[in-house]
Design a protein around this ligand. Structure first.
Ligand SMILES: Cc1cc2nc3c(=O)[nH]c(=O)nc-3n(C[C@H](O)[C@H](O)[C@H](O)COP(=O)(O)OP(=O)(O)OC[C@H]3O[C@@H](n4cnc5c(N)ncnc54)[C@H](O)[C@@H]3O)c2cc1C
Length: 472
């Protein structure tokens, strides 16, 4: 084990002081006295209120190596933050250090090789903007402020491109990682293959990713947008959607939502604020075929409004950003879901249409097509047979309403979980109180992940995550 005292003379004075860590890094060190401390410790979920000793805004891999070594040697809690979207608030900790990667977000596209290299703190908007210039994209989430690394490490569901091009992690070609020993390695298929396997679904358990390289696909302008149905049609639309998305051509993406209709001009005013079932569809094929593909969805229930148009991919990727503002209170539950029977659809409709406000929602993301082409043991993301990822999102503003909103999510979840066909849910949608479910969430990958964890992080330095315990 390396000695911090030997490498960093002058640090043997006991508990961490901010000037100590500042001497080791080029990035800012933000401590509780700093005017921007509250902004620096805030994450997407406004319910999270943790007070680290310092937030270190690393500017490069050398900063990351210094912070990781320092935290390991000092025995300090360490939280690693990319986009800060983790709903349980894994990107911040009490006491200890937050390693904030948001300054490492450079993106470099190689249009000849059809690859992109992104910094470990980049968000989806950074990547989509850069790749769109070449008419290319890689599948990822549909909210532009989500961190690329956090999303990829958990698997990465792409509502719009996943059926055609797989999970985000299926498109990962290599990753630069700072390990628990403070060393930087590159993991790819032919270099540290165990680590590369674990990074594709095993979460932030194995090190700090400072750069990721992805395969790109031709994606430029899609035909996409929402179709809104009256709430009484919800169960029928869900049943139809389940069947249709099993057979539909792979360039058809999107998701199904149960929401309260936002006050947008294309929606009749008497629907504003009322429950609606929404199919957001995206067609990445020949635009002249779009109606043929989308018309059966339009006919699946009482359509009350739609806004389907040709839209550049980055615009589609930002279309829903304003509906769920950062800083609102969040409580989520999720499941992997097999076939949805007509009875199951009624359960979704009953609970879903009681959606309490405009910040809450149910989403069903299709995860078949190219996602199912990959073998269960090919990556640590091992759920290769589910039809949907279901997530129930509770969002609200007033802490006085916590109980009511958490209860809506929990009751709903209890009602659908027994019907889902899977014990676990998607690790990236896990709730703060899902600790007992971690093994189920990783499913058949857990045992091998624990062995790889023992090799790369035997002291469990990286534990602010869906935590894989090192194998004995
Ligand atoms: C509004 C919203 C929309 C979402 N949409 C989708 C979606 O469409 N598809 C989908 O799959 N998921 C989606 N998610 C879930 C999202 O993938 C997870 O919350 C993910 O963990 C976010 O990563 P982050 O970097 O933004 O979060 P953070 O809170 O910064 O990090 C999350 C976890 O990843 C680790 N981590 C982050 N960056 C690194 C890094 N560079 N190296 C090592 N570890 C790191 C952190 O330590 C932490 O454990 C969404 C979440 C929100 C809040």
């Amino acid at each position: 084990m390396r000695s911090r005292q030997r490498e960093h003379p002058g640090l043997e004075e006991g508990p961490m002081r901010p000037d100590t860590i500042q001497e080791l890094v080029r990035g800012d060190v933000i401590t509780p006295e700093a005017p921007d401390y509250d902004a620096a410790r805030a994450v997407f979920n406004g319910m999270i209120d943790r007070r680290p000793s310092a937030v270190v805004r690393a500017v490069d891999a050398a900063d990351v190596m210094a912070v990781v070594s320092f935290a390991a040697d000092e025995g300090l809690p360490l939280a690693v933050r990319g986009g800060g979207h983790s709903v349980p608030g894994y990107g911040v900790c009490d006491d200890g250090l937050v390693l904030d990667l948001s300054a490492i977000r450079n993106v470099r596209v190689d249009p000849q090789e059809r690859t992109v290299r992104v910094g470990g703190g980049a968000v989806l908007a950074d990547q989509d903007h850069a790749t769109h210039a070449y008419g290319l994209a890689t599948p990822a989430g549909f909210f532009s402020t989500t961190g690329v690394a956090g999303l990829t490490l958990g698997g990465g569901i792409s509502a719009y491109l996943g059926r055609e091009h797989g999970m985000t992690c299926d498109n990962l070609l290599s990753a630069d990682v700072v390990t628990a020993r403070g060393e930087r390695v590159t993991a790819r298929a032919d270099q540290h293959p165990d680590l590369f396997w674990a990074l594709r679904g095993g979460g932030g358990n194995f090190g700090v990713v400072t750069a990721l390289e992805f395969r790109l696909h031709p994606v430029s302008t899609l035909v996409a947008g929402p179709m809104l149905f009256a709430p009484e049609g919800t169960a029928d639309v869900i049943s139809f959607y389940d069947r249709y998305m099993q057979e539909a051509p792979r360039p058809l993406g999107g998701f199904l939502a149960i929401d309260r209709a936002p006050p947008l001009p294309f929606i009749p005013e008497d629907r504003h604020g009322e429950p609606v079932c929404i199919v957001v569809a995206s067609w990445n094929g020949d635009p002249s075929h779009a109606d043929r593909i989308l018309n059966p969805i339009r006919s699946s229930g009482p359509l009350v409004a739609e806004h389907v148009e040709e839209i550049p991919y980055p615009a589609l990727q930002t279309a829903f950003d304003d509906l769920l503002p950062s800083g609102t209170r969040q409580y989520w539950k999720s499941d992997w879901v097999d076939e949805i029977s007509p009875e199951d659809a009624v359960v979704y409709a009953d609970h879903g249409t009681k959606v309490p406000n405009a910040l809450s929602t149910t989403h069903l993301y299709p995860v078949n097509g190219a996602v199912h082409d990959v073998a269960e043991d090919a990556t640590a993301f091992a759920v290769r047979d589910a039809r949907f990822s279901a997530v129930i999102v509770g969002g609200w503003e007033d802490p006085a309403d916590d109980e009511e909103h958490v209860a809506w999510v929990r009751d709903y979840y209890e009602a659908i979980h027994a019907r889902s066909g899977h014990a676990g849910g998607y690790t990236n949608f896990a709730a703060a109180d899902d600790e007992a479910r971690v093994r189920d969430n990783f499913g058949p990958a857990y045992t091998r992940l624990a062995e790889i964890k023992a090799r790369w992080d035997p002291d469990n330095l990286f534990r602010r995550n869906q935590n894989v315990k090192p194998a004995e």
